[in-house]
Ligand binder design. Structure first.
Ligand code: ATP
Length: 306
């Protein structure tokens, strides 16, 4: 029994480790197949998207029974609108995106897309309706073409190239001797964080999902790349229901609603200007980031002069 238990236990550990480490959830499902922790109800129908409205209704969630992570989270993302989630590290922001992708089921409350509880429809149909641009994109050890086509297998060459152009990576790809046939990852070309994210954006453009989750990179890209990527993300999210997990407040000033999370609860909500006038947690975060940005600029300038 122990002999059998140990490999199973090890597999469980590997599974949990990968789940924790791989932020590219789509890649993970490809590697591991269906998520064994989440089961579709027998005969569950597919999610039907009518407009793409997302609602969290009093959602509670724990990874481990003795530690509550989300404590009654409710919000609404009307079709085509953008809601941003901000808050300190560990507040539960990414957990919200994992629940929306039905990586886990809620402990209580419900998550609803166009009136359908996520637990009543197939996981596959939920994931088909949602595009994820994760913090750190994990690329497959394959060609750039394959990595973009992953968004939609039946995409034509022109579709792939158009998506790459929109994500502003087409010129970079063409500059390489093998172009779209260039191998990436361990076996081939190493891409920078910004380039990887552009591949993820191209993939998402190709997928064309009605709902988007953008998990902003915590690691600082240089401010030029960051601005470019931000512009591309804005293009992609136009007209789609979008949930942004944001670390840089400057990127979400135009969001339709900003939710400020702390320790598993939404403690403030409103537009950027409404939140600034509240002089609360958000206003404090905004001031601190402005100070940090100013200090960084000054440092960069003195560096250039030296
Ligand atoms: P960050 O800004 O650092 O990405 P976050 O607000 O996105 O943080 P989450 O990733 O949602 O935070 O994590 C919320 C809490 O849940 C953290 O305390 C974290 O340690 C815990 N947590 C996350 N994943 C797991 C897991 N698989 N098992 C147990 N606890 C977890």
């Amino acid at each position: 029994m122990i002999q059998l238990y140990q490999p199973l236990n090890f597999m469980g550990w590997v599974y949990r480790e990968i789940k924790q480490a791989v932020t590219d959830i789509e890649a993970m499902f490809r590697l591991l197949g269906e998520d064994p922790e989440i089961e579709d109800k027998p005969g569950a129908p597919s999610l039907v998207i009518t407009e793409g409205r997302v609602r969290f209704e009093d959602v509670h969630f724990s990874y481990d029974p003795d530690r509550k992570i989300l404590k009654g989270v409710s919000f609404d993302v009307p079709a085509g609108k953008t809601v941003a989630i901000v808050g300190p590290s560990g507040a539960g922001k990414s957990t919200i995106s994992r629940l929306l992708y039905r990586f886990y089921d809620v402990s209580s409350g419900r998550i609803v897309i166009d009136g359908q509880d996520l637990r009543d429809v197939t996981q596959k149909s939920v994931r088909a309706a949602i595009g994820m641009v994760p913090q750190d994109t994990v690329l497959f050890n394959d060609t750039i073409r394959y990595n973009i086509r992953y968004g939609r297998w039946d995409a034509s060459e022109e579709d792939i190239e158009r998506a790459a152009q929109m994500a502003q990576i087409d010129t970079f790809i063409r500059a390489m001797p093998k172009g779209y046939d260039t191998e990436v990852g361990e076996r081939g070309l190493k891409l920078s964080g910004g380039e990887k994210q552009r591949v993820a954006i191209a993939r998402t453009i190709l997928k064309g999902p009605p709902i988007l989750i953008l998990d902003e990179a915590t690691s600082a890209l240089d401010s030029y790349t960051e601005k470019e990527i931000q512009d591309e993300l804005e293009q992609v999210s136009r007209g789609r229901t979008t949930l942004v997990i944001a670390h840089r407040l400057s990127t979400i000033v135009n969001a339709d609603e900003i939710l400020v999370m702390s320790a598993g609860e939404i403690v403030e909500r409103g537009t950027h200007s409404e939140l600034l006038s509240k002089q609360g947690l958000y206003a404090g975060m905004w001031d601190r980031q402005r100070e940090a940005d100013k200090a960084r600029e000054l440092l960069a300038r003195t560096g250039e002069e030296a």
